[in-house]
Design a protein. Structure first.
Length: 538
């Protein structure tokens, strides 16, 4: 049968891992056995009194070895499978999806997954969530099938089935007792390594104990690491081989869609979701946004020709009874994983629909950043090239340094042209860093996972350019009839006469980096923006 040879190789490697475990147990018991024999001989006068010191030494060494072995064994026994943050999908909420997966498992002749969950990522895998070892005679529960949510919304039903075939095929090796036991042992060693590393940074009294524990764990990992890696490779090869007979042609098409989905998902998170998260809003339909983003990509990119025609076929999200409700839960989880947002909506953390995104997020970002920059102008003195009678000379002409609190684009331009951009950038960095930020870890069943920031923190120069751009956009909306917009691939956008303007970055950078207001003034004149008009700021 397809895949049996690979599973046999995986089982052989698993047995090699278990032999390392048995050898370690045997080695830990050897000093204890020697100590017992020596003490029995000493008590029965079969060895001379000169052996007393040796008996005590061997007994002490045996106790140390047993203590280390007991500590390692306790950590391994308490180790639990790593549980990824996911959104559970019950069979009542997605009977068609469960039916598809069970039919797939039947075709592959493997056990069906015990449950299905969605993750806000472009990946799919099997996850062992067992909390204990089954009792003798008890059947082993199957692992949970974790499916990337972007796949559910972008892929068609047939493509999803082809994509999941090699993943579901992995339930066969996962049900093997030797492979399962070997995985638990390696997982326990990893947990023990983490405990020893954390304890080695603790108090002085316990530090040597944790160092000995760490040494023993590293020794075991070195002994079985190669076998464990070969076992997992054999498991993957076995699952892939078993899945060859299921929708092989569609698997090639599905693989193409994986790369496309990943590109659209990455752009949506970094360009669209992240700006909203930073201001305390979370888009509630991220997966639906992936479809819009990839449709836009297929329209712009000639390499994606033909992908849009797939949208006429049944999407995989139709296998869910309420795709919108599931999308909202996954969207909130994505905000927690990639930004550290709260676990539920509340003050300062509210959902936003795509229809309201331009008005509530884009315009809100511009107003907030523009207000922050204008307030900081009152704290930073300009550095004029020349000054006469308290007036700053810019480009050979006199310009007002206006009254504190003057909220106009013209004031911002004149102040940056007069100097002080470095201090402004530094103060902006301090102001942004002092704002609310998400936690560094995310609590999940059985432990915590580190929050994965999508982008590195912005530099002071980048922050200043963003804030100046926000002031320009506010002026465009207030004085030139422009409007905030949303570009599915690039995020917040300025719409002038219904068209997106993409030529603002260069004039702003010239002002921020060189103190040259000329290009920006020309741009403002071409668009019809009045820099002298007061801005509507929060």
């Amino acid at each position: 049968m397809a895949g049996e040879a690979g599973q046999g190789l995986a089982r052989a490697r698993a047995l090699a891992v278990l032999r390392v475990r048995s050898s370690a147990v045997g080695a830990a018991l050897v000093p204890a056995g020697v100590a017992v024999l020596m003490n029995v001989g000493r008590v029965s006068d079969r060895i001379g009194p000169g052996w007393d010191t040796a008996c005590w030494a061997v007994t002490g060494a045996a106790l140390v070895v047993l203590a280390v072995a007991a500590a390692v064994g306790a950590v391994i026994a308490r180790a639990r499978p790593a549980v990824s943050p996911t959104v559970s999908v019950t069979e009542q909420a997605a009977p068609d999806l469960y039916r598809l997966v069970r039919d797939l498992a039947e075709r592959l002749q493997v056990p069906a997954p015990s449950a299905i969950a969605l993750t806000p990522d472009c990946d799919s895998w099997l996850e062992d969530r067992r909390d204990s070892v089954p009792a003798p005679g008890e059947s082993r529960p199957a692992p949970v099938l974790v499916v990337g949510s972007p796949f559910m919304w972008w892929m068609r039903v047939a493509e999803l089935r082809a994509l999941l075939a090699p993943v579901v095929a992995g339930t066969g090796p996962a049900a093997d007792p030797e492979i399962s036991a070997a995985r638990r042992f390696v997982r326990g060693l990893d947990a023990a390594a983490g405990v020893s590393a954390e304890g080695a940074r603790g108090g002085l009294l316990l530090r040597p104990v944790f160092r000995i524990l760490g040494w023993a764990v590293r020794l075991l990992l070195h002994g079985c690491g190669g076998h464990a890696a070969e076992m997992e490779r054999a498991v993957a090869a076995s699952a892939s081989e078993r899945a060859l007979a299921v929708d092989y042609g569609l698997r090639i098409v599905a693989q193409e869609q994986i790369g496309l989905a990943y590109a659209g998902w990455d752009r949506l998170l970094t360009r669209v979701a992240l700006p909203a998260w930073r201001m305390g809003r979370w888009p509630s339909r991220l997966d639906a946004g992936v479809v819009a983003a990839l449709t836009e990509l297929s329209r712009r990119d000639r390499l994606a020709d033909g992908f849009e025609s797939r949208l006429g076929e049944r999407p995989a999200c139709d296998l869910l009874d309420d795709p919108g409700l599931v999308d909202e839960a996954v969207s909130l989880l994505a905000a927690r994983i990639f930004h550290g947002g709260p676990a539920r909506p509340g003050p300062g953390w509210a959902p936003v629909s795509w229809a309201r995104y331009p008005e509530e997020v884009v315009d809100g970002i511009w107003r907030s950043e523009a207000g922050r920059l204008v307030r900081l102008l009152d704290d930073v003195r300009p550095t004029p090239a020349r000054a006469r009678g308290g007036r700053v000379l810019v480009g050979g002409r006199a310009a007002d340094v206006e009254e504190p609190g003057g909220a106009t684009l013209g004031r911002v331009i004149e102040r940056l042209a007069g100097g002080g951009s470095e201090e402004l950038a530094a103060r902006l960095s301090a102001a942004v860093e002092a704002g609310p930020s998400g936690p560094a870890t995310l609590a999940v069943p059985g432990g915590e996972v580190v929050v994965c920031p999508l982008l590195p923190p912005r530099t002071g120069r980048e922050l200043l350019a963003d804030h100046v751009t926000a002031v320009v956009c506010c002026a465009a909306v207030d004085t030139a009839g422009a409007a905030p917009g949303l570009d599915w691939l690039d995020g917040p956008a300025l719409l002038v006469a219904g068209h997106r303007r993409t030529d603002l970055a260069f004039p702003v950078l010239r002002l921020v980096e060189n103190g040259d207001p000329g290009p920006l003034r020309s741009w403002l004149s071409a668009v019809g923006i009045r820099p002298d008009k007061p801005l509507r700021l929060p």
